[in-house]
Design a protein around this ligand. Structure first.
Ligand SMILES: [Zn+2]
Ligand SMILES: [Zn+2]
Length: 223
């Protein structure tokens, strides 16, 4: 005969089994990768002078390849302390720390975009002009349109170069090193214009990013 106490006890037992089953199901789903993967976030910060078309092209280009949530931040003035007067350039390394401070941990990664010339130390060169710089791995990267040939090549080529450059620097922040594959976008520029050599990650770089879960599902970049 069921007593009141029994009913209460059976009820608790039922609840315990119910939660046990639920937690098993979650573990199972996790194993099968059914549960939504951790969301990756990327902030785009345009420095003063970057026009809205360039910004949109870069944003669309990144979004078509990467499975990251992109947020566009309000534009910022280039920090004066990063300016290298003798060559009229901004030190990219200083821009990276500025970007890190501005981000303040809000987004997983942050990319700054500028139209001004940027540089870094590259031995034996004290001040070496570059397309972009990214911490590897790290939080911040910066790209410059100064050397990408705006008004020298057709607009569509200029925008493609800038997207390739953005993917290259973002790739560094996820830990991708320079790649020896000649048409991989992670190839080292080595002081030359290499932004026309390939606008995709090679198979190896592709699988690396896929493993990190930041490659878009419809990405068809294997070459
Ligand atoms: Zn690089
Ligand atoms: Zn590669």
């Amino acid at each position: 005969m069921m007593t009141r106490k029994n009913i209460k006890r059976n009820g608790l037992l039922f609840l315990a089994i119910f939660f046990f089953l639920i937690s098993c199901k979650n573990a199972d789903q996790k194993q099968k990768g059914i549960i939504k993967k951790e969301e990756h976030t990327l902030a785009i910060l345009p420095f003063t002078g970057v026009d809205s078309i360039l910004l949109r092209k870069i944003k669309e280009g990144l979004q078509s390849k990467l499975s990251v949530k992109i947020t566009q931040l309000p534009s910022a003035i280039l920090p004066g302390h990063a300016f290298y007067k003798p060559r009229q350039r901004y030190i990219a390394d200083s821009l990276l720390s500025f970007l890190g401070k501005t981000n303040n941990g809000r987004f997983e990664k942050i990319i700054g975009i500028t139209t001004k010339d940027i540089s870094t130390r590259k031995d034996p060169h004290e001040n070496w002009g570059i397309f972009g710089l990214g911490s590897c791995p790290g939080e911040a990267c910066v790209i410059s349109s100064f050397r990408a040939g705006r008004n020298k090549v057709p607009g569509k080529d200029f925008f493609r170069r800038m997207v390739t450059l953005a993917l290259h620097e973002v790739g560094h922040t996820y830990g991708l090193q320079h790649c020896p594959v000649s048409n991989c976008l992670m190839k080292d520029a080595e002081g030359k214009m290499n932004l026309d050599d390939g606008d995709s990650y090679c198979g190896k770089c592709n699988s690396y990013l896929k493993g990190k879960g930041i490659l878009s599902e419809n990405n068809t970049s294997e070459k």
